[in-house]
Design a binder for this molecule. Structure first.
Ligand code: AMP
Length: 569
């Protein structure tokens, strides 16, 4: 059977564990022109054909035209099918940083009908293993020179454990591990796009898997579908007015929902140019702004904005090309917004969004009140928002804080293979309960939203999410620990960091931040999730319903930090 025409189901279950949009709703989205009936790779290829000679991508290693980028992606697609056991319909894990090979591999997978799972290069072996098994992914694409060069060793373990079968190695030797990126391109050199399997994809199918939750318990994976995912990116580019010639600078990890849906895809779908920063190092960013003159930075976490403000070159650097400086991923303090305006002449726009879909953004000509105090309005006219009493289906009173619940043409209707969880995570009529607290505001007759906290047990560390239950479960494996709770502690730059409250086994010596961190790394946890402070208690405080009171623990750590810095908590 030819791999170009045959497909393989990810799982035995007929609908891939996918919760679909109701048929009538799909029809409405198509009638309204939000969904096109085309697949994401088909839309990307037609943009590539329309803009062949324009610059598509600039990385630390060079510049790519649309023609060159998509030629490489086609070669990658054909080579991947030719040289591995992967079939159209399969999923592959990614552990790649901000390099051109990542973009080529991502596009190549789409053209091969293979579904990228947007895992991070920072993920440990256990995390990749859990997620790969949940999705049914047997392939892994890795960047050998990422970080300390640890990823090939991780891949060896994953292969030895039987989790991963096929490994593609970019930027390093593939000897004894799998096939090299260069070998794939060479193997696919003669293939033309009209024989690639993307042509047989159904636009209603899953195109990409994005991550949401942690990796203990049931993984929460957002299955993004061709039509809604390309609409997400088109709507973003349209709202921001991107066109051929627009230069977009992306400073965060590209293989993440925001990177893909707000950086890579909208740039390519609109014929614009993506400048991929190798890291979020602030000196590199200032250099890139001065050398490439971007009009847009689609996602600046508040932590990065603060680093920019504190950088010695920020006031002398020429940042004037940047018209849309979009801050998001975390609550933005008004003080930072005011300093950006007064010290650097930057009028921010805010953005709120998530791997599950829904984005809100400050409209272009919003008043300062809207700009500073809200995250704006939804991206699509078809987005629907309800502010509900948490866990219920009733709306809060006008102007009150409640749980932000969302539905629309690019918000998922269910997590992948998580039937039972979906019953609670979505309302009966398909609104996603975000776990964020929000409030509706009216300014000049228009409606905007602010984010006023969260109910989900997540720590937002400079936009990297740490799911408390995942880390707690691993801490509990430590022989000296009898109980543990992880809470957010405030941090001036990152917004939040993780603090572990521990109850020890009788007579045990308290672990230090270092020794606990070493233990958690040995359990395969990503480094960014490690607790940055350890507190030992004789017992964890309980709420009046007998659950661990994280509220008391958060107040405790805020008080301690306040005392240590000489300010009241
Ligand atoms: P992710 O799926 O990793 O993009 O994380 C989405 C979550 O990040 C949201 O549900 C919020 O909890 C948080 N988040 C994103 N943007 C903002 C923002 N502008 N303000 C506050 N929290 C945010």
């Amino acid at each position: 059977m030819a791999k170009t025409t045959a497909r393989r189901d990810l799982r035995d279950d007929a609908n891939h564990g996918l919760v679909r949009y109701p048929k009538g709703v799909e029809h409405q989205y198509r009638e309204a022109g939000y969904w096109t009936g085309h697949t994401l790779p088909a839309e990307l290829l037609s943009a590539a054909a329309a803009h062949a000679d324009r610059t598509a991508l600039i990385t630390a290693d060079g510049t790519w035209t649309y023609h060159d980028l998509f030629t490489a992606a086609q070669q990658f697609a054909a080579g991947l099918l030719e040289s591995t056991n992967l079939w159209p319909g399969d999923a592959v894990m990614f552990q790649m940083g901000n390099v051109a090979e990542t973009v080529v591999s991502y596009l190549g997978c789409l053209l091969a009908g293979i579904r990228p799972v947007c895992t991070l290069p920072q993920h440990g072996v256990r995390e990749i293993s859990v997620l790969a098994q949940h999705v049914g992914a047997r392939g892994l694409i890795l960047q050998a020179d990422f970080g300390r060069g640890q990823l090939p060793d991780h891949a060896r373990t994953l292969k030895a454990d039987g989790v991963i079968q096929d490994v593609v190695v970019a930027r390093g030797s593939a000897a004894g591990l799998g096939v090299s990126y260069e070998a794939l391109l060479a193997a696919g050199a003669e293939t033309s796009a009209d024989t690639l399997p993307y042509l047989t994809c159904d636009p209603r199918e899953i195109v990409v898997f994005q991550l949401s939750g942690g990796t203990t318990g049931l993984p929460k994976i957002a299955p993004r579908l061709h039509e809604e995912y390309s609409y997400n990116s088109r709507a973003w580019a349209d709202k921001l007015g991107w066109k051929p010639g627009t230069v977009v600078l992306y400073p965060l990890p590209i293989m993440h929902n925001a990177g893909v849906s707000l950086g890579l895809q909208p740039t390519l779908l609109s014929g614009a140019t993506l400048v991929l920063a190798p890291s979020a190092d602030i000196t590199t960013l200032i250099d890139l702004i001065e050398s490439t003159h971007p009009e847009v930075i689609p996602l600046v976490p508040p932590a990065l904005a603060i680093r920019l403000l504190e950088h010695p070159r920020s006031k002398s650097a020429d940042l004037s090309s940047v018209k849309d400086f979009i801050i998001g991923g975390q609550k933005l303090a008004e003080e930072v917004t005011v300093r950006l305006r007064d010290e650097l002449g930057i009028e921010v726009r805010q953005k709120f969004g998530m791997a599950e879909g829904m984005f809100l953004m400050t409209p272009a000509h919003a008043s300062e009140e809207v700009r500073h105090h809200t995250v704006g309005e939804p991206l699509s006219p078809a987005d629907e928002i309800r502010i509900l009493n948490p866990g219920e289906d009733t709306e809060v009173a006008p102007g009150e804080v409640g749980e932000l619940c969302v539905r629309g043409p690019y918000t998922i209707r269910g997590y992948y293979r998580a039937e039972q969880h979906n019953v609670h995570a979505f309302t009966a009529d398909g609104f996603y309960r975000t776990g964020d607290l929000a409030r509706r505001h009216t300014f000049d007759g228009s409606t905007y939203y602010s984010i006023d906290g969260r109910i989900k047990d997540v720590i937002n560390r400079g936009v990297e999410k740490i799911h408390a239950d995942e880390v707690e479960e691993l801490i509990m494996r430590h022989p000296d620990v009898s109980n543990a709770a992880l809470v957010a502690m405030p941090d001036k730059v990152l917004g939040e960091k993780a603090c572990a409250y521990l109850v020890l086994e009788p007579g045990a010596t308290p672990p230090t931040v270092q020794s606990l961190g070493d233990f958690l790394l040995s359990q395969g946890l990503a480094k960014y999730k490690l607790p940055e402070r350890v507190e030992v208690l004789p017992a964890l405080p309980l709420s009046n319903v007998g659950k661990i009171s994280k509220k008391s623990l958060r107040e405790d750590i805020e008080g301690k930090l306040g005392q240590e810095s000489g300010t009241p908590g």
